[in-house]
Design a protein around this ligand. Structure first.
Ligand SMILES: [Zn+2]
Length: 421
């Protein structure tokens, strides 16, 4: 006997369908979400650690009105074997990073801008389809056009936040670095990205002095922006933490005392578990042809990074009081494979599925300073929601089967074939 995997009330399908259609002419303002709709699901995960079985979420004007503790038979959309949860958030992506002619590139390098921009648009579309309704790009000046197009409803994509181009010049004086922060803020950056260390291959040695970090992160704080730091070694991270920077990315070589220091000072930490290393390993011969990653020692290094990523994720999760964020460092075709890192955090990082889900939703929203706007299913928050096949708190792989993606009350992606039990 065939089993219904989803049901759609016909009266509201029109509203959903209309909202999901791209408009023929560019809109000056975003298309309006349906006035009211309801979604019933076998499981509703609120993104803060609670799970309600057989519940219905009421959405009004693109915002969550309430959760009802019953499976409404007349819901606009119903998913008898699906889980409804907040849209996922990735705080470290690179949508302007593209693969072109086999090489790793970026918008703004020497290639034709039109085709490059289309590849970035495709990156964002894949990310949205994978269930990510908010991302932070770390970052590119090309993000400004993409962010505006998404916000105005001209382009389907996750809510895009950006740091614009990172600050990476360790030769500059503190005053010059402060001026760069103010310039980024004036240009519309949502946060400041800076490099405090060399990369994986150089052992992540510090590049910026404490004085320089104080200047950048202090000025960011003054302008009301968070500061996100690329840092691999314990010493580079220690300096950034003591300078009051908001969040640390990577940290492949961090030791336990510095993990404890981050916990003590309330610094957010985002280790990458596997996807960035897998992505480089799979493409290193073409992306980096002639470069160090294409050589045998590059392969060894990336494989070591992948091992350290899982070990580090485990150590970070076990560090009492450490504020963990979730970001993948998705470049080029890695955009859309973000969930690989959620699976890794459970399977190789030793975390409970529910903890990983909370990190990628409400905790990430908190890390972005947006906890009052998104990241949970709670009254008043934006209706950024996804439906996946099965209960991800029991089997994290459910997050790989995304059947519905809604952002701000508008259905952007609906694929019932993903929802077959
Ligand atoms: Zn990155």
């Amino acid at each position: 006997m065939r089993r219904a995997v989803y049901a759609v009330a016909t009266s509201a399908l029109i509203a959903v369908g209309a909202a999901a259609q791209p408009s023929a002419t560019p809109a000056a303002s975003p298309p309006a979400p349906p006035a009211r709709m309801t979604i019933a699901a076998r499981w509703v995960l609120d993104g803060r650690g609670a799970i309600v079985e057989n519940a219905t979420v009421v959405i009004e004007q693109g915002r969550i009105a309430r959760i009802e503790r019953r499976f409404a038979k007349d819901a606009t959309l119903s998913f008898p074997s699906g889980a409804l949860l907040p849209g996922l958030i990735d705080v470290h992506v690179h949508p302007a990073s593209i693969e072109r002619d086999g090489r790793l590139g970026a918008i703004g390098d020497n290639a034709a801008p039109g085709p490059s921009m289309l590849l970035a648009v495709a990156n964002l579309a894949r990310t949205l389809r994978a269930g990510y309704t908010t991302v932070l790009s770390l970052g590119s000046n090309a993000d400004l056009d993409l962010r505006a197009a998404i916000a105005e409803g001209r382009l389907a994509g996750p809510r895009l936040l950006t740091t614009l181009a990172p600050i990476n010049n360790a030769q500059l004086t503190p005053d010059s670095l402060r001026a760069l922060v103010r310039q980024r803020a004036a240009a519309g950056a949502d946060a400041i990205k800076l490099f405090a260390s060399l990369g994986l291959g150089d052992g992540g040695a510090p590049t910026m002095t404490s004085e320089q970090l104080d200047a950048i992160c202090g000025e960011a704080r003054t302008t009301g922006l968070r500061s996100v730091v690329h840092a691999h070694s314990s010493e580079s991270i220690r300096r950034a933490v003591m300078a009051g920077c908001t969040a640390i990315e990577h940290g492949v070589f961090v030791d336990q005392p510095v993990l404890d220091l981050m916990a003590e000072r309330g610094t957010w930490f985002d280790p990458q578990c596997t996807m960035v290393f897998d992505n480089y390993l799979e493409h290193r011969l073409t992306w980096f042809a002639g470069g160090s990653y294409a050589k045998p020692e590059g392969e060894v290094l990336l494989k070591r990074g992948r091992e350290l990523g899982a070990t580090l994720t485990r150590a970070a999760a076990a560090t009492k009081g450490l504020k963990l964020a979730f970001g993948t460092d998705a470049v080029a075709v890695g955009n859309g494979r973000n969930t690989d890192d959620l699976l890794c955090r459970v399977e190789r990082g030793g975390q409970r599925p529910m903890d990983v889900i909370v990190t990628a939703t409400s905790r990430n929203a908190e890390s972005l300073g947006l906890a009052n706007e998104l990241g949970a299913i709670a009254p008043g928050l934006a209706a950024d929601l996804i439906v996946v096949a099965g209960n991800p708190a029991a089997d994290i792989h459910a997050l790989s089967r995304v059947g519905l993606v809604m952002r701000g009350g508008i259905v952007h992606h609906f694929d019932p074939t993903q929802l077959r039990p």
